[in-house]
Design a protein around this ligand. Structure first.
Ligand code: TXD
Length: 311
């Protein structure tokens, strides 16, 4: 039985941590691909992680490359290629340059690994996943954007921090676009089934929701150079694992909606069932009038960024 092959397109901050997380979980062999100019540093990173194996207790192989031929037949691909934000930049400021990068990546995946499950993280996420989908010509079940997993995780982390309770017991989801219009779903969030408003005041809950919406920017400001990478890598890893192990996890992800939540033809952060079939299903539930209004606002933001791609 051969191992699964996981290709990481982009071996920067997220790509590097993700390679290590995937290896530690032995989800498959990892190929880290980056620009040809940095093929050697990628080989160096991979070799360093190969040398970590005796300490890490894993046996998968890691390799670095600048050549797309090496991703041939990959089962899963995670795209992080692109520029990250610098302080003062919005995610949308990255659009033009990352759009060009995604076009090249799409063309190469189409050629070398058309059967892969593709997870994209590059910002502005909602537009980049749309652009990739339009250009790669792959089925919608196998193209997804990672954002909701991260945003939901941030929401859960802040609830745990504010209540002093275990993150393991917090269950919360963030829907919508990956930007300031995202929707932390306060109404459905619980700690082991106990609703948030039984544990926190309205002011505390509002503060957590606001902090969740701005969590990426908070990290960008503090880091001073680049954006969050540990939690995004862990979020990608969760999605890779759900697919390869056919776990049927319910993870908020940017999936192509065709009628779900009244959206037609756009990728939007919605609760997705991830299993061996990729995005197997989008779970729908009724929103309150207030939530629906927030959904309309986030959809407007996504549509306007997508329009800028000209695709
Ligand atoms: O929730 C989310 N979706 C996100 C997304 C959370 C955090 C960061 N998010 C975005 O992911 C971020 O705004 C970036 O657009 C990507 C990757 O973030 P990362 O922090 O990993 O950026 P790095 O460290 O700059 O890594 C990007 C790598 C770098 O090594 C470049 O050399 C490489 O991408 N790169 C390329 N690889 C292959 N091919 C091409 N053309 C290419 N161009 C750049």
């Amino acid at each position: 039985m051969s191992r699964k092959k996981i290709a990481l397109i982009g071996g920067g901050q997220i790509g590097s941590i993700l390679a290590l997380l995937i290896a530690q979980k032995e989800l498959g062999d990892v190929v880290i691909l980056d620009r040809p100019e940095v093929a050697d540093p990628m080989k160096g990173k991979a070799l360093d992680m190969m040398a970590l194996r005796p300490h890490g207790g894993y046996d998968v192989n890691l390799s670095g490359t600048g050549d797309y031929a090496d991703i041939e037949g990959a089962d899963v691909i995670v795209i992080t290629a692109g520029l990250p934000r610098k302080p003062g930049m919005t995610r949308d400021d990255l659009l033009e340059i990352n759009l060009g990068i995604i076009a090249t990546v799409a063309e190469n995946i189409k050629k070398h690994a058309p059967n892969a499950f593709v997870i994209l993280t590059t910002n502005p996420l909602d537009a980049m996943v749309y652009a990739f989908y339009k250009q790669a010509g792959m089925p919608k079940e196998r193209v997804v954007g990672m954002a909701g997993a991260l945003d939901s995780g941030r929401f859960e982390a802040f609830v745990a921090m504010e209540t002093g309770l275990s993150t393991e017991d917090v269950s919360a989801i963030v829907l919508g676009g990956h930007g300031p219009t995202m929707i932390p779903m306060v109404r459905t969030a619980t700690v082991a089934g106990v609703p948030l408003d039984a544990l926190l005041s309205k002011e505390q809950i509002d503060k957590i929701a606001d902090r969740t919406r701005e969590a990426g920017t908070e990290v960008v400001k503090l880091l001073g150079n680049g954006s969050a990478y540990n939690s995004p890598a862990a979020s990608c890893c969760e999605m890779v694992e759900a697919y390869l192990k056919d776990k049927k996890r319910v993870i908020s992800s940017a999936a192509l909606c065709e009628g779900e939540y009244g959206i037609d033809g756009y990728f939007m952060g919605v609760p997705c069932v991830i299993g061996a079939g990729g995005i197997e299903k989008i779970l729908e539930f009724e929103l309150t009038a207030e939530e629906q209004a927030m959904f309309d606002t986030t959809l407007e933001a996504v549509v306007s960024t997508v329009k800028e791609t000209g695709l």
